[in-house]
Design a protein around this ligand. Structure first.
Ligand SMILES: O=c1nc2n(C[C@H](O)[C@H](O)[C@H](O)CO)c3cc(O)ccc3cc-2c(=O)[nH]1
Ligand SMILES: C[C@H]1O[C@@H](n2cnc3c(N)ncnc32)[C@H](O)[C@@H]1O
Ligand code: SF4
Length: 360
């Protein structure tokens, strides 16, 4: 059977077939460890050139509550707070190509910058120089040159593929988001691979994609991994609705859709050490079952900040997470934003390696 058909079989499974796949998916575990990264989520700007139907993060410049651009002092204060909580990851998440917007341009000029990438670079450099945290930048697509620049000051980077579906570019999910064009996103992830950037990606479930499109998206990630080896984890993220978003009345994926997709992800990557990540805050009462489907990572969990992408979904406390993990038969351990196998001079520069060596 073709790989795609095999994945589809999992995605379309029902009844006792689901249990059978669950058994299979949980066979391929090297140990009983479940990882997470203790992070702080810092939204550098909420301005974005895209407008995804599911997004609760993006704000328009005329919104008085919008973060146009955080100052270095603001960022440093947050980082220092995170340090107190023992966080190891500074997750910089922000809208794509925000510097195309006049208000952001103005702020950048005020701070002495011509573009957002130079600013992000200096923010990451400040993080490395003045704190014990490691930067992980997640700001959508970047050009090869910009990725090359940001690589020097990031321990790892990431961007959700979302979906390889071109069809979704004409639907409520992506019809106002040129940055979600599958070819463009695949190219960004491929460029990160060429540049040897330890990379986090994943798919968003429940935004109108078909099962076949889920299978194709997972396969595309597998192909990128086979080519470059830089994919450290695959996030299976469920669309979560909240008041005010364009897709407010859109149905969330079912619990079993998430179960099937996590198993499909795990079985597709069963011969690799790529982690399967499920965010625990978007699966408040159901997160444990994903560990039985092969998930082995909770992603970034923050004791200090909330999830700005999903503000209505608070993270469990680390005590809760520990309890959920142990109760399912596993052990919770902390990891860095960059996975151990990439901590060497093939992937990271001397500054980052020294920084990481000093952490442990
Ligand atoms: O809290 C969140 N963290 C998100 N993270 C961070 C993630 O949870 C961890 O920080 C990474 O696993 C670090 O390795 C992302 C990181 C990426 O590179 C790409 C996408 C995401 C998406 C989210 C997200 O929606 N919410
Ligand atoms: C940072 C990542 O968060 C995801 N994202 C954006 N909006 C939502 C939502 N309503 N529910 C779940 N995930 C979302 C996208 O996949 C984006 O790339
Ligand atoms: S999900 Fe990201 S790209 Fe889409 S509108 Fe929100 S901030 Fe912009």
């Amino acid at each position: 059977m073709q790989r795609k058909e095999k994945i589809l079989q999992i995605l379309e499974s029902t009844d006792s077939q689901i249990i059978d796949f669950m058994n299979k998916a949980s066979e391929y575990r090297e140990n009983n460890l479940i990882t997470y990264s203790k992070n702080i989520f810092i939204p550098l700007t909420e301005i974005c050139k895209n407008d995804c139907g599911y997004c609760n993060f993006k704000k328009t410049p005329d919104d008085p509550t919008a973060i146009i651009l955080k100052t270095k002092d603001e960022v440093l204060a947050s980082l220092k707070e995170a340090e107190k909580y023992g966080c190891s990851e500074a997750l910089f998440t922000f809208g794509e190509d925000a510097d195309e917007e006049e208000s952001v341009k103005q702020k950048l000029a005020e701070f002495g910058y011509e573009n957002i990438v130079d600013y992000v670079f200096d923010i990451c450099k400040m993080t490395l120089n003045e704190t014990t945290l490691l930067p992980h930048t997640n700001g959508g697509n970047f050009s090869y040159e910009n990725l090359k620049k940001l690589k020097e000051v990031n321990a790892s980077m990431g961007m959700m593929l979302e979906s390889t579906s071109k069809r979704l570019m004409k639907t409520i999910a992506h019809n106002k988001s040129p940055g979600k064009t599958p070819e463009i996103r695949l190219e960004t992830i491929a460029n990160a691979g060429k540049l040897k950037i330890p990379y986090t990606t994943g798919i968003l479930i429940g935004i109108g994609e078909t099962k076949e499109e889920i299978a194709e998206s997972l396969l595309a990630i597998r192909d990128l991994y086979d080519k470059y080896g830089h994919i450290q984890e695959v996030i299976i993220q469920n669309f979560t609705t909240s008041p005010g978003i364009e897709m407010e009345n859109w149905e969330e994926p079912t619990f079993l859709d998430m179960v099937r997709t996590v198993m499909a992800g795990k079985l597709l990557f069963k011969d690799t050490d790529v982690s399967i990540q499920v965010p625990p805050n978007l699966n408040h009462d159901t997160a444990q079952i994903f560990l039985l489907c092969g998930a082995d990572d909770w992603g970034g969990v923050s004791p200090v900040s909330h999830d700005y992408v999903n503000p209505t979904s608070p993270w469990p406390t680390l005590n809760e997470l520990n309890r959920l993990t142990q109760d399912a038969g596993f052990e919770l351990i902390e990891r860095l934003c960059v996975y151990e196998k990439y901590v060497n001079d093939k992937w990271l520069n001397k500054t980052l390696l020294e920084k990481i060596a000093n952490l442990s």
